[in-house]
Design a binder for this molecule. Structure first.
Ligand code: NAD
Length: 502
């Protein structure tokens, strides 16, 4: 489909915008108005070939650039990113719908990964052992892989790509980003910023597209590694496809994050946290809290506090300073979330706050849904079992700490989890027993800092490596160990025995 009256958001290949050769396009919509604002090309396999070929050529030179020069480009990128953060945040709000303050926050968290990657000379330092045998030394190095690919979701169009590519590039790789086709502008702005920062052409590329581009990237012979973030079914597909083709893969999937509230918790703090983490970004966060587990006897009290706060939230255009929560990403997704709400009612949960049919003045065609709160949700219900990815918070009642923990550990996802308590002993027991990759103690969205690694367990991660931090450096490099001997007269003459220490 082409819409000639709106601009096209192109690919970025070889250091410049590129229209590609594909004849397929997708509309890019402003979710607050419902209007199509642009179109985006959906790359063909041939377009992917061009981007990867240029990236491969750029890699051959970039891998030889000294560590200090690479780090200087990272520092320069950090400066450009900071200067252009408002522009980037507004582009995110225009296509995603989240409120501008939230978009600024996502860029800030992404920038922290750039700051981490600025330390690449030290991060890549190997180990050296002198005299491992007489006259023999050994040392380890980590070297880049080649062309690394990032495939990213709509919900963090700047932060999730920034989890990946600053580390990959700092390690000496070239990087091809395939962002979500629903909000593709942020990727293009990041590409412009790299060019402004002096990154050589071809080291960072953007291929716009959908499943066709993803599948072509996953099997391309010149792609060495694939980083994916998105829903669980696609994460599994990407993991299986790319590993079968011999790639190194980290594929982060969906989530169903629980927040357990123990009876001794400060209920006002817990209610504030549940509302912020449940409805921030309209619930379209992989670290959103979607289930609150209220441990007896505080359930009624907690639900009342959460309901009062949720009912007061302002839903509106993300550009309005007064809005707490923006629209959902598409009309189809809003309809799907409403469908889940109807299923919850049908299956017997108590809908104590109904956000359906929300009207936003002057924005009749936006994809609106107000906060929805369910109480007395049972684990067998669809709204408990499936990831909804919208402003729907489910409260489950549990009779004890043990029952609450069992509920979390039996859930197939294992992304984030939080405990609210004043009891240090309970908190310590919880962080040891709970089965999830990221744990918050009185912190509802425990997103690790850039120098730690981000990732879940279970169906929230395929592969064994988390994003950024030390695991990111490890993912984008491969190890090599050198053993060297120089002019040791004692070694002269053939020796067919297996090398042993002398
Ligand atoms: P998605 O899985 O639909 O899309 C992610 C990427 O995969 C996009 O680039 C998309 O173009 C591509 N894609 C979509 N369908 C495909 C197919 N059939 N074959 C190949 N590629 C395909 O996810 P989304 O709707 O953009 O994002 C929301 C999801 O991402 C949620 O499930 C959320 O939990 C998850 N998410 C997870 C994390 C995490 O860290 N675990 C972070 C952010 C988002």
């Amino acid at each position: 489909m082409t819409t000639p009256s709106v601009p096209t958001i192109p690919h970025w290949v070889d250091g410049k915008r590129w229209e590609g050769t594909s004849t397929r396009f997708a509309p890019v919509t402003n979710p607050a108005t419902g209007a199509v604002a642009a179109t985006v090309p959906l790359a063909s396999g041939a377009d992917v070939d061009v981007a990867v070929e240029r990236a491969r050529a750029a890699y051959e030179e970039w891998r030889d650039v000294s560590l200090n020069r690479r780090a200087r480009v990272l520092f320069a990128f950090r400066e450009v990113l900071e200067a252009r953060t408002p522009e980037l945040a507004h582009a995110i709000t225009a296509e995603h719908g989240k409120v501008v303050a939230d978009a600024l926050g996502e860029v800030a968290r992404g920038a922290e990964v750039v700051e981490f990657a600025c330390g690449i000379p030290l991060l890549l330092a190997g180990r050296h052992s002198e005299q491992v045998s007489t006259g023999v030394d050994t040392w380890s190095v980590r070297q880049p892989l080649g062309v690394a690919v990032g495939i990213t979701p709509f919900n963090f169009p700047a932060m999730v790509p920034l989890w990946m590519h600053p580390v990959a590039i700092a390690c000496g790789n070239a990087f091809v980003l395939k962002p979500s086709e629903r909000d593709p502008s942020a990727a293009l702005l990041l590409a412009e910023m790299w060019a402004e920062a002096g990154l050589p052409e071809g080291v960072f590329s953007v291929v716009q597209g959908d499943a066709e581009a993803v599948n072509a990237l996953c099997i391309h012979p010149d792609v060495a590694a694939v980083s994916f973030v998105g829903s669980t079914p696609i994460a599994r597909h990407v993991y299986e496809t790319a590993t079968r083709a011999g790639k190194r893969v980290q594929a982060l999937g969906g989530a169903k994050n629980h927040m357990i509230v123990l009876p001794d918790a400060d209920l006002d703090i817990a209610a504030d946290a549940a509302v912020s983490a449940g409805y921030g970004s309209a619930g379209e966060r992989c670290m959103a809290i979607s289930v609150v587990v209220a441990v007896d006897p505080i359930g009624d009290d907690l639900v009342e506090r959460v309901r009062d706060r949720s009912a007061a939230l302002a839903v509106g255009d993300g550009n309005d300073a007064g809005s707490d929560m923006g629209p959902l990403i598409t009309a189809a997704h809003r309809d799907l979330v409403e469908h889940y709400v109807a299923a919850g009612v049908e299956e017997g949960a108590d809908l104590v706050l109904d956000g359906r049919n929300r009207v936003v003045a002057g924005r009749a065609d936006g994809f609106w849904l107000g906060p929805c709160l369910f109480d007395h949700v049972q684990p067998r219900m669809t709204i408990y079992r499936e990831e909804i990815f919208g402003p729907v918070l489910c409260v489950v009642r549990a009779s004890s700490y043990e029952e609450a923990v069992r509920l979390v550990n039996e859930n197939p996802y294992g992304n984030g989890v939080a405990l609210f308590t004043r009891d240090g002993g309970a908190a310590r027991r919880f962080e040891r027993e709970i089965e999830a990759g990221m744990v918050g103690i009185n912190v509802p969205i425990p997103v690790p800092m850039a120098y730690y690694s981000f990732g879940g367990w279970g169906q929230s991660l395929f592969g064994d490596t988390h994003m950024h931090g030390a695991e990111g450096v490890h993912f984008y490099t491969r190890g090599k160990v050198v053993t060297a001997r120089w002019s040791d007269p004692a070694t002269r003459g053939p020796d067919l025995g297996f090398p042993t220490n002398r």
